[in-house]
Design a protein around this ligand. Structure first.
Ligand code: PLP
Length: 410
């Protein structure tokens, strides 16, 4: 395995095309994947791993699901990209618009990052305001204005989490703790005239899985509406993961705009942003907010996404079944471990702390060492978990309650 990573490092920066894949926080070389089928990954050194990462969420139907593979094969025969409108785009767009009350119109892009970046521009163009408010520990892709952490010390002074981001850009981003109503209300009060949008993962999955406290999302909706601020739900993970629709249906809170990705591409690079007609009509060519993409709405990706969503739509008991498996596992976990587990639907995170985790500060309060040991021990036994302690694990429609037993402590 070593030689594969060494070889990769010669030609690819850090040996990977996305940093978390490098297993840096674990301190071993990453596994290379040769192929995958259903709930299993096969590594390049011929090991079989039970997959709880699922490409970070998209593979809700399991890997190489025939439903998706057949749709893709059919689309491939017709050509792979035209840079012109296709019926495939309208078809997937209609499925999504029908599934979300809050989405009248949508636009497809090629990643979640691109979708968020475009949505932010649109929100700024629509409101004619500059500032955006986000929450610590929520991830919205790697565009400049969103790589922002909580200001350390001096309140209101944001810091970038990456080098190479000018202060002039991030000075318009405010980041505050999740689940903290008081700070939110104070921040909006202070900046209301300048805030274009509040962006939030309604169920954050990027600080480990954290649940919104009762009333928190409703409160965001109320305060943003009162202040003419666009509320954006980043449902790149939760869209079509928790139900056929998004977390907004589970919690019954309607945002002005929604970001989608991951599942809607069925394993291909797709992102999307959608919202009310009034907002979306401000995009070029009808409006004056520019946004474009050579491969946006790619026909192969549309086919994979459509096949995935049609399958989910036709068999909605899938959601309660997956949820039942994770619920059962979580009860089991709690009866034999003191470590905190957060879960909803087919998502769960085992936190390496015995304290509750409701925000990023609490999520950071884990034992890195315990995480590392847990990850490696499971990997050695053929279990593949997300290789970072700030991630959510997933199950697919292929996983069973028996599979979950392998996750329990000894
Ligand atoms: C994965 C993710 C993104 C970024 O999507 P990419 O396709 O990786 O650019 C944005 N928001 C959330 C909530 C995500 O989980």
């Amino acid at each position: 395995m070593n030689n594969l990573f060494d070889e990769a490092k010669k030609y690819i920066a850090g040996g990977v095309n996305s940093p978390v894949r490098a297993f840096k926080s674990i301190g071993i070389d990453p596994v290379f994947i040769e192929s995958a089928k259903g709930k299993y990954l096969k590594t390049s050194d011929d090991k079989v791993l039970l997959d709880f990462c699922l490409s970070w969420g998209p593979m809700i139907l399991g890997h190489a699901n025939p439903v998706v593979i057949n749709a893709v094969a059919e689309a491939l025969e017709k050509g792979t990209s035209f840079g012109a409108p296709t019926q495939a785009e309208t078809k997937l767009a209609k499925i999504i618009c029908d599934a979300f009350d809050s989405i009248d119109k949508i636009r497809f892009v090629s990643s979640g990052t691109e979708a968020v970046m475009s949505a932010i521009r649109l929100a700024r163009g629509f409101t004619d305001k500059d500032k955006i408010l986000k929450f610590d520990g929520c991830y919205h892709g790697h565009s400049d204005s969103l790589l922002v952490a909580a200001g350390s010390g001096v309140a209101g002074i944001a810091q970038s989490t990456s080098s190479g981001v000018p202060f002039d850009i991030i000075k318009n981003t405010i980041s505050i703790p999740f689940n903290d109503e008081k700070t939110f209300c104070e921040t909006v009060e202070k900046n209301a005239k300048n805030i274009a949008a509040v962006i939030v993962e309604p169920v954050p999955g990027n600080m480990g899985l954290v649940l919104p406290e009762p009333g928190f999302l409703e409160m965001l909706r109320k305060i943003t509406a009162e202040n003419g601020i666009i509320l954006i739900f980043d449902e790149v993970i939760t869209g079509f993961r928790l139900t056929f629709g998004g977390a907004q249906h589970i919690f019954d809170v309607q945002p002005d705009m929604t970001i989608l990705g991951k599942i809607i591409g069925g394993g291909f690079p797709v992102g999307a942003f959608g919202g009310t007609k009034e907002i979306m009509d401000r995009l070029a060519p009808d409006g004056n907010v520019y946004q474009a993409g050579t491969l946006s709405g790619n026909p192969i990706a549309m086919a994979a996404g459509t096949a995935t969503l049609e399958h989910l739509s036709a068999s909605r008991q899938i959601y309660s079944k997956m949820s039942g498996i994770v619920n059962g596992f979580s009860e089991n976990w709690q009866s034999c471990s003191k470590k905190t587990i957060n879960h909803i639907g087919s998502m769960f995170t085992i936190f390496h702390t015995d304290k509750p985790v409701t925000n990023f500060i609490e999520a950071q309060n884990q034992s890195t060492d315990d995480f590392r040991k847990f990850f490696i021990e499971k990997l050695e036994r053929g279990i593949y978990l997300p290789p970072s302690m700030f991630e959510t694990a997933f199950i697919s429609t292929e996983h069973t309650i028996e599979d979950m037993v392998f996750l329990l402590p000894d």
